[in-house]
Design a protein. Structure first.
Length: 161
């Protein structure tokens, strides 16, 4: 393999797998999820909860179940819930990410689709209420204290008022 090649087709990284599309989730190009500074609306949600819908436990589609439960639970909370084809944390299902313009992004794994729903809701609400996305360790639910996979700095500034 030549230097710089990963062995993964470029188009495979840009579109949701057919299995996800067949479940009724969007197969839009993943680049559509990357806002530019000019595309961030001022009335955007306080946070976006990205839920890996390809997470599986044996034969069970636990990621899709977690997404559906959270989408219903957070429908009126001002927090967008989006299905994502894969967050590449396959050894730690279920995995979610919390993101917003101008805020740090958290990726959290080891979440149970039944037992951790309220933890995810609590963490998402605290994240949305924070100015920079940083929720102190003590304020996080236990599953978010133990399950952090990554925290990345803001890529897009917060929208100006």
């Amino acid at each position: 393999m030549a230097r710089g090649q990963t062995g993964v087709r470029a188009d495979a990284l840009r579109v949701a797998p057919a299995a996800v599309a067949n479940r009724g989730y969007s197969a839009a190009p993943l680049d559509a999820a990357r806002p530019s500074m000019s595309s961030v609306p001022r009335n955007s949600p306080a946070a976006t909860l990205l839920v890996c819908v390809t997470c599986r436990s044996g034969e069970d589609a636990v990621g899709a179940a977690l997404h559906d439960t959270l989408a219903a639970r957070l429908a009126d909370a001002g927090i967008a819930v989006r299905p994502i084809a894969c967050l590449s944390v396959c050894k730690r299902p279920c995995t979610v990410a919390l993101a917003a313009p101008g805020k740090w992004t958290y990726v959290v794994g080891d979440l149970d689709a039944r037992d951790h729903v309220e933890d995810v809701v609590t963490a998402a609400e605290k994240y949305a209420a924070s100015s920079d996305g940083i929720v102190s360790w003590r304020e996080r639910p236990a599953s978010f204290r133990k399950g952090v996979v990554a925290r990345t700095p803001p890529l897009v500034p917060a929208p100006s008022d």
